[in-house]
Design a protein around this ligand. Structure first.
Ligand SMILES: NC(=O)C1=CN([C@@H]2O[C@H](COP(=O)(O)OP(=O)(O)OC[C@H]3O[C@@H](n4cnc5c(N)ncnc54)[C@H](OP(=O)(O)O)[C@@H]3O)[C@@H](O)[C@H]2O)[C@@H](O)CC1
Ligand SMILES: [K+]
Length: 509
């Protein structure tokens, strides 16, 4: 069967964004310069790309002004390029006179439009910021070493206390680009970090994730690194996987997903999961559920109430599930099941499905209760949050590494399942030992039902492209993260399916 909703992933392509150390980044910059790209051209690409990402971040939010914090190194130089290209009223607070800058940063200062206000400041106070400011952090990047000097402490503390959203350039100032530690106990707390060339290790370690917020990557044309500390998933990776469906496709070709979800206690989970799957592009979604949900069901959903003795999946549900599995390219199970004894038999029956099987929530708790029943080989995707992961680890004798990547890899290897370990920078680990960190998302996703939506999105992608569970899990996690980012204050899980569809459309060529 040919699937049109996603392109065939090329596991060998060099696109996967390699996470690198600072010395590797410096080497790549030098190689680019040696190959004939002037250093200032790299800075221009970085600053223009950052301005583009910051404009996208600011869209729909009413910022009256951008305050650009500019240090004296090249990170400050990037900030000057951003100031010139942002398209918002800008004030620059500089740590030193611009005519004392050196190298590429001096070139950026030379090209700064004269109408941009520049103030050279010693200290900052709360009065230097307005309520509707957007702060751009160009104080310190990869050149930061040692203890923060007192003036920088004051600037970082004041910016953080201002309550204004902060967009950091390359790294949040104060974060060590290799270790991710805020070595002086203080770092910029950004909502967005736009990093240049390749993502740096420190963005994903220790204090890095909390300081950097959502991540964006700007391609500045440095060569591909030979060494890497891992992979991160960005928009360019999603674009590579997503293609418009062919004009002459039809619903069966776009993937048929069976969702086994819900119970008398949690019927809404089944609706969230199903709506997300439909919006994520599955051709047909069939919901098997023990109890008809209270929440409104999409008209496009095929619903079948399965037999049960007690309002949640049990062995009486199995004949209906077995019949529906035969009409499906993928199965997603577990959302809203609630814990009951009968679910173990159901999990065993579902594991006989030959295609990709996504297991979430109480399906994972069921597996943890009776690990001896675990049968799956190959195409399983599990989506545990940390609590579920802990229960699985205890049941299956998996070491609970503090490092989330190692933990996810250990679970993936033991259960022979692509493991989506949810959290900031969700880890997606493959039994083969490959792994990737997600870069989209925000705190708004920490809300009831968010996981049910994620299960539906990944389920739909698996139904459309069943041969590539690792790629589809990464893509689903990324789209779910973008959906959360688009949401305004008060976002609830019910809003996420539509936002995920919009995010997917933006990335589809
Ligand atoms: N190279 C390229 O091709 C490209 C590089 N790019 C960009 O350059 C960035 C790296 O630039 P970089 O190497 O100039 O270092 P940077 O992060 O600006 O920091 C240096 C400044 O920090 C200061 N400082 C240091 N420690 C400190 C402390 N403890 N406490 C306080 N201050 C401290 C130090 O002060 P100084 O010692 O001069 O007094 C100096 O002023 C990189 O992250 C990316 O954004 C992009 O444009 C793409 C092309
Ligand atoms: K910075």
């Amino acid at each position: 069967m040919i699937f049109y909703s996603c392109s065939e992933p090329n596991a060998n392509r060099s696109f996967f964004m390699k996470i690198i150390r600072i010395d590797t980044m410096r080497k790549l910059e030098q190689q680019a310069i040696a190959s004939g790209v002037p250093g200032y051209e790299l800075m221009r690409r970085a600053g223009e790309g950052a301005a583009r990402e910051i404009r996208a971040f600011a869209r729909g939010r009413e910022f009256g002004r951008a305050v650009v914090l500019a240090g004296r190194g090249n990170n400050g130089g990037d900030a000057l390029v951003v100031a010139a290209r942002l398209g918002l009223p800008v004030t620059i607070y500089a740590t030193g006179p611009l005519n004392e800058l050196r190298g590429e940063a001096a070139e950026a200062a030379r090209d700064l439009p004269e109408n941009i206000e520049v103030r050279v400041c010693d200290g900052l106070t709360g009065r230097d910021f307005r309520r509707d400011d957007l702060i751009i952090d160009g104080l310190l990047g990869t050149g930061f070493t040692g203890e923060l000097r007192p003036r920088f402490r004051n600037w970082i503390e004041t910016a953080n206390r201002s309550g204004c959203p902060i967009a950091a350039l390359d790294l949040p100032s104060g974060i060590n680009g290799d270790t991710g530690k805020a070595d002086s106990g203080l770092a910029i707390r950004a909502e967005l970090t736009v990093t240049f060339g390749c993502p740096k290790c420190g963005l994903f370690r220790a204090d890095g994730p909390a300081a950097s917020g959502r991540l964006r990557l700007v391609d500045i044309g440095v060569p591909e690194p030979e060494e890497s500390e891992g992979e991160a998933f960005f928009a360019a990776d999603a674009e590579e996987l997503l293609h418009r469906p062919a004009y002459d496709t039809y619903k069966n070709l776009r993937g048929r997903l069976l969702i086994a979800a819900g119970s008398s206690d949690y019927s809404g989970a089944a609706v969230l999961c199903s709506r997300a799957a439909l919006r994520a592009g599955a051709g047909i979604v069939r919901l098997a559920t023990p109890v008809r949900p209270y929440a409104a069901l999409p008209g496009a959903l095929i619903v079948r109430e399965v037999d049960t003795a007690a309002g949640s999946f049990d062995k009486e549900s199995i004949p209906a599930l077995a019949e529906m599995m035969q009409q499906s390219d993928a199965v997603a199970a577990g959302s809203g099941w609630s814990q009951c004894r009968g679910s173990a038999a159901v999990l065993s029956a579902l594991q006989e499905f030959p295609g990709p099987l996504l297991l979430d929530a109480d399906a994972l708790n069921t597996a943890a209760r009776e690990p001896q029943r675990w049968l799956r080989h190959g195409k399983t995707v599990i989506t545990p949050h940390p609590g579920e992961a802990k229960r699985l680890a205890e049941a299956f004798g998996v070491p609970q590494f503090e490092d989330r990547t190692n933990f996810a890899l250990a679970l993936a290897a033991k259960l022979d399942a692509v493991t989506v370990l949810k959290g900031p920078h969700t880890v997606v680990a493959d039994p083969s030992g490959r792994w990737s960190l997600n870069t989209s998302g925000c705190a708004a996703l920490a809300t009831a039902g968010s996981g049910d939506v994620l299960a539906g999105i990944i389920g739909a992608l698996l139904a459309g492209n069943p041969e590539h569970p690792f790629e589809m899990a990464k893509l689903g996690v990324f789209l779910h993260g973008l959906a959360g980012e688009t949401g305004k204050a008060g976002l609830i899980a019910d809003d996420l399916p539509e936002f995920a569809a919009e995010a997917k459309a933006r990335l589809t060529r």
